[in-house]
Design a protein around this ligand. Structure first.
Ligand code: ZN
Length: 442
């Protein structure tokens, strides 16, 4: 079975429920760029796909960076004068600034306030803050919680460790016919946040789960890595292997109700760009295409000038463009099974195009071949389902000179890719088309 067959036979509702359940399972875990939350997350993903877990020691040089100390946290709270936990890590892991150094002391309200972050414009939401590269500590509170702080002194505890250890990431490699690779990359470093970032993890995991059973043209590499430092680490340790990446997508923010957004790769006209744009166009619903810019997720590293890989990012509402972004409101209600399912089916459609985007040569290039005697001419109208489009046949015949790929034919003709692919299959069957010689590197 290949991706085209899978797309026809898949029960998408079941896939959506499965992805949403995975999000629910991963939601309570306190993840960060290193530490046991990442390991626990990868252990769960391992139940779905074959995953190799890598541990890179603190201090490892990775280009201009080095792998940071490992952070772990057991508990954190602020207690009032009655001994009540008025801020409690166990209620929400967003309450602690991610990567906070350990603290245990009684302090004045003034001293505590210097370490508190709130969002006055959304008084019920807890912000998400990090301090990866500067040793510091802090608490994040809803603004209403903050207003309720009336005592003069508080007992403050962050039971964390920041020590030499490892950066942990997961890698799943699926062999295809070719050595050339398709990269699917997602970050795994956010604590209880759903759209950014559990939706991406769930979608990537389910893609791996289904692709794992298929016969594949390309080889597929799935990376589950901490944002920024994870992709930098992978690229530094796999510089040569990275050259095999011929297409790639960074998966993030794929579960919200917003329209689908595609951020092109730095090259801007790569096959992956064309394939995604084709899928969005054919979806018939509102979407947005944006040019590459050096901010966002790990496409920043894959598209750095020393690599310049054809890796774009297919999202719904991009990071920073929704008010729930990096707050406690990016929760299990903000992502819905139907939206992540829609994103999943778009990813599959993109992969289907890339897998089938071949070039052919018309074997009867002098004038049109007679389609009727080959049973390819429709006598009656009323076309439906699997009936090959006459116009698609003519376009494929006309543009199959070894230069145009099927995606090019689809783009130039305006015919759907599946229709062009079906026409090419029929023409191949009756010998009017031959696959163009593959180019081998000199
Ligand atoms: Zn984020």
């Amino acid at each position: 079975m290949n991706i085209s067959h899978l797309r026809k036979n898949l029960n998408l509702e079941e896939v959506g429920q499965g992805m949403y359940q995975l999000i629910q399972r991963l939601y309570p875990i306190c993840r960060s760029i290193t530490g046991n939350g990442v390991r626990e997350t990868l252990d769960i993903i391992k139940e779905y796909i074959p995953l190799e877990v890598h541990e890179v020691p603190t201090g490892t040089k990775v280009f201009d960076w080095s792998v940071p100390k490992e952070w772990n946290i057991r508990d954190a709270y602020v207690k009032d004068s009655n001994g009540a936990r008025i801020i409690d890590f166990k209620k929400s892991n967003l309450h602690v600034v991610n990567y906070s150094t350990p603290v245990k002391k009684t302090m004045s309200i003034e001293d505590l306030k210097a370490h508190i972050h709130t969002l006055p414009e959304y008084p019920d939401w807890i912000p998400y803050r990090t301090t990866y590269y500067k040793e510091d500590w802090g608490f994040c509170l809803s603004y209403n919680q903050f207003l309720a702080l009336k005592d003069k002194e508080y007992e403050v505890c962050i039971d964390s460790t920041l020590e030499d250890g490892h950066l942990t990431y997961g890698e799943c490699f699926l062999h295809g016919e070719k050595e050339d690779e398709f990269l699917i990359s997602c970050h795994i470093c956010h604590p209880s946040l759903c759209n950014d970032n559990l939706s991406g993890i769930a979608l990537a995991t389910y893609l791996g789960k289904y692709l794992h059973k298929l016969s594949l043209g390309y080889s597929y590499r799935f990376l589950f890595i901490p944002g920024t430092i994870g992709s930098i680490t992978w690229l530094a340790l796999n510089e040569k292997r990275a050259l095999r990446i011929k297409h790639g997508l960074v998966v993030a923010c794929v579960g919200d109700s917003g329209k689908t957004t595609y951020k092109k790769c730095r090259q801007g006209n790569a096959e992956i760009d064309d394939a995604v744009i084709r899928v969005l166009k054919e979806s018939g619903v509102d979407h947005e295409i944006i040019d590459f810019f050096p901010y966002g997720y790990d496409e920043r590293q894959y598209c750095s000038p020393g690599f310049n890989l054809p890796v774009g990012s297919l999202m719904r509402t991009p990071n920073g463009r929704y008010s729930e972004y990096h707050t406690s409101a990016d929760n299990l209600d903000f992502v819905r099974p139907e939206f992540i399912t829609d994103s999943f089916s778009k990813y599959l459609a993109v992969l289907d195009i890339i897998e089938n985007n071949k070039k052919y040569i018309n074997q009867n290039p002098k004038c049109e071949p007679q389609l009727g005697k080959r049973g390819l001419y429709e006598q009656s109208g009323g076309q439906s389902g699997n009936v090959v489009s006459q116009l698609a046949l003519l376009w494929v015949l006309n543009l199959s000179d070894g230069e145009y790929s099927l995606l090019d034919v689809s783009n130039r003709s305006g015919e759907k890719f599946d229709s062009i692919k079906l026409a090419a299959d029929r023409l191949l069957e009756c010998g009017l088309l031959k696959e163009a010689e593959k180019e081998f590197p000199a």
